[in-house]
Design a protein around this ligand. Structure first.
Ligand SMILES: Cc1ncc(C[n+]2csc(CCOP(=O)(O)OP(=O)(O)O)c2C)c(N)n1
Ligand SMILES: [Mg+2]
Length: 334
């Protein structure tokens, strides 16, 4: 794919220290927020299942840096990072996992159902690949309206084993929809390694048969993710249709919960050690030319403490509101 001038300008900005620092802040914010959530899961303060994103932060940050506020993001069960990178509020996230009324989904959804329409997060849903067709629907709506927005579907490697994702790829290609399919290949679907589920390690090619070009990038390199996402969104905005981006990465914690998942009969112990060496945040720090990041980190920790405090002090939803937002059919008795 060739770059047009506006893309090239933005790519130049990406190597700028200010841009890199913004990504570092965003990724640290995601990691620190998730560590707090992990701690609350362990102490039992959080009751809903939480799938932590630690280790994958460069994917959310790199992709969302290529988006405007107007673009939409769709996610799954492991989407705290997508929500924060797209501009969702910290307090809204903490309050949501705590089931509070000030949560981004009014405390009704928990960790796996995040909504923030004002910043374009139209839904994260734990049905594997469940939001992928919805992203294509949003892209179709944008195309019909001509509003120039792009829809992004974030999903895991396990999603490509769902049939309807292939129907969606075909439809998106046929209608040249402005949609970016981001497959976060963290090598595991629950506790099954990619090699136990597929003969070929070729996820980036999953759309080619349907006419969706694919690219595979190092998902722990925020600059590489950003460049690929910018190229794909630029292509979508020019009416050239969808792209499938496979971002290779690794989750540091278990499939669900706060533990590291190295003792559940899978071969993760050795792999985790290797991937810890490829920490996306440490890699970015090397690019920040010895900048003293201590004050920045302090500011992030303060922000997290305040957001968490506010969430903890918020009220639980009133029981009488249990049925609000629930569709109800009224029947006439005659
Ligand atoms: C349709 C459907 N099938 C099965 C599940 C159970 N399930 C929840 S998460 C998950 C694994 C998903 O793996 P992947 O897509 O690679 O995402 P990751 O957890 O690695 O981020 C499964 C099988 C589900 N939620 N929905
Ligand atoms: Mg996976």
């Amino acid at each position: 794919m060739s770059l047009n001038t506006s893309t090239a300008v933005s790519l130049a900005a990406a190597s700028d220290q200010t841009w890199l620092l913004a990504r570092w802040r965003e990724m640290q914010r995601i990691r620190r927020a998730e560590e707090s959530i992990g701690d609350m899961v362990e102490t039992g303060e959080v009751h809903c299942p939480c799938h932590l994103y630690i280790g994958q932060e460069a994917v959310a940050s790199g992709v969302c840096a290529a988006l405007t506020r107007h673009d939409t993001v769709w996610g799954g069960h492991r989407s705290h990072g997508h929500y924060l990178a797209k501009g969702g509020s910290l307090e809204g996230l903490f309050a949501e996992v705590l089931g509070k009324v000030t949560g981004c989904s009014e405390g009704r959804g928990g960790s796996m159902h995040l909504l923030a329409e004002d910043v374009g997060i139209l839904g994260t849903v734990p049905i594997v690949a469940g939001t992928v067709p919805l992203a294509a629907g949003a892209a179709l709506a944008s195309k019909l309206r001509g509003d120039g927005a792009v829809a992004v579907a974030f999903f895991g490697d396990g999603s490509l084993e769902e049939g309807h994702i292939h129907e969606t790829l075909n439809l998106a290609a046929l209608y040249r929809l402005p949609v970016l399919f981001v497959c976060e290949n963290n090598l595991y679907s629950s506790h099954l390694h990619l090699h136990e589920r597929r003969v070929k390690d070729n996820l980036s090619q999953a759309g080619e048969f349907h006419g969706v070009p694919g690219a595979c990038v190092d998902g722990n390199d925020v600059e590489a993710v950003f460049s690929a996402a910018l190229e794909a969104t630029d292509r979508a905005r020019r009416g050239l249709g969808p792209t499938l981006l496979e971002c290779r990465t690794f989750r540091w914690r278990g499939h669900v919960g706060a533990s590291s998942d190295v003792d559940v009969g899978v071969h993760r112990r050795g792999e985790l050690a290797e991937w810890l060496e490829r920490d996306p945040i440490a890699r970015l720090e090397q690019r920040l030319n010895g900048l003293d990041l201590t004050p920045e980190l302090q500011a992030i920790e303060d922000e997290i403490r305040q957001a968490l405090d506010a969430a903890r002090h918020a009220a639980l939803p009133a029981p009488r509101r249990l049925m609000s937002h629930v569709w109800e059919e009224t029947t006439c008795a005659n």
